[in-house]
Design a protein around this ligand. Structure first.
Ligand SMILES: Nc1nc2c(ncn2[C@@H]2O[C@H](COP(=O)(O)OP(=O)(O)OP(=O)(O)O)[C@@H](O)[C@H]2O)c(=O)[nH]1
Ligand SMILES: [Mg+2]
Ligand SMILES: [Mg+2]
Length: 296
């Protein structure tokens, strides 16, 4: 009776044919083919609750990619800009990323610890981040490299790491920024010795063998009059992307008869780039909303 009534209401829907219950259960059984059991081979990769989920991407064989596309040495601002643009696209398209940090050919994305996005399945999270990033890298290429064509499709590997405490997460991000500093200091001295000092790459490598950070700073300062601390923040500190609320004034046309225009202030969330220290306390004190309480 009820089925018949529902059918009358949905009268125009083609699938609405009155069937005895027995035949309904038979057809749902039939929908399960004998091959269905292969699903059981899938492994559970749900990320542990309460942990920050970090997805780190890294360009595949970017040493070659940089050579082939004539990236400037040691840093190419077009390439770094494109990496940040692609990371912004990931943050805008995928939910729950609270902070991202990038340098060289890598970017790390941090999902909030309470995220339930894609039921916290590691493979889903990682592949969505990697594919959104890769397609954005190609999509936005022209905005940064203008007429220079992209010669072949780049790819990025991904990994998932879980951090159970704020201290662990901050130490992870500090580790990546310290890596940026170490590599950039080395590359800056190395290419200064080659480009301005006239050394071959082998000679520059030899010169830097066994040197400490202080020695490298000294070479730059005494031989080339370069104070490393005055080099660009983008190169020394990498790029940190976070969400920030900004008040924006928009013009709204009212539906009143005189079609009056009104200026309305709206608060909008936007991805903002920073090139600052994230190892010390200051950044975290200025942005207390990024981390969730350890005890929640
Ligand atoms: N010239 C130049 N090269 C860059 C720049 N950014 C990244 N690279 C290159 O990209 C490489 C990134 O290092 P890795 O990720 O360790 O090495 P990879 O060649 O990508 O190899 P895999 O990651 O193991 O696949 C650097 O060693 C550089 O050769 C840049 O701004 N300028
Ligand atoms: Mg790489
Ligand atoms: Mg790398």
């Amino acid at each position: 009776m009820l089925i018949g009534k529902a059918c009358r209401i949905l009268g125009r829907v083609r699938c609405c044919v009155v069937k005895p219950l027995a035949s309904l259960s038979l057809s749902s059984n039939m929908a399960k083919s004998k091959f269905e059991y292969v699903r059981n081979f899938e492994t559970d990769d749900t990320c542990l609750r309460n942990c920050y989920i970090v997805v780190r991407l890294d360009g595949r064989n970017f040493h070659r990619f940089a050579e082939q596309h004539k990236f400037t040495k040691p840093n190419d601002n077009r390439a770094l800009g494109l990496m940040s643009r692609s990371a912004r696209s990931v943050m805008e398209e995928l939910e729950d990323i609270v902070i991202a940090y990038g340098q060289s050919d890598e970017f790390s994305f941090v999902f909030k610890r309470s995220s339930t996005w894609f039921k916290r399945r590691a493979s889903k999270l990682m592949t969505h981040v990697a594919s959104q990033f890769s397609s954005s890298y190609v999509f936005y290429w022209k905005e940064f490299f203008l007429d220079q064509p992209i010669l072949y499709p780049p790819s990025f590997d991904g990994r998932v790491i879980l951090y159970p405490s704020n201290r662990n997460l901050r130490d992870y991000l500090s580790w990546r920024q310290a890596d940026c500093h170490i590599n950039n200091l080395y590359n800056t001295v190395f290419w200064t010795l080659v480009q301005r000092g006239g050394m071959t790459t082998a000679q520059a490598e030899d010169r830097l063998k066994g040197t400490l950070a202080a020695d490298k700073n000294e070479i730059l300062f005494s031989e080339f009059d370069i104070n490393y601390n005055n080099e660009s923040d983008l190169h020394r500190k990498g790029t940190t992307l976070i969400w920030e609320k900004r008040d924006e004034t928009v013009i709204k046309r009212m539906k009143s008869p005189d079609e009056e225009e009104k200026h309305v202030i709206r608060s909008r969330r936007r991805v903002q780039a920073h090139h600052c220290d994230i190892i010390g306390e200051q950044f975290w004190e200025e942005h207390p909303d990024i981390l969730e309480d350890d005890n929640s």
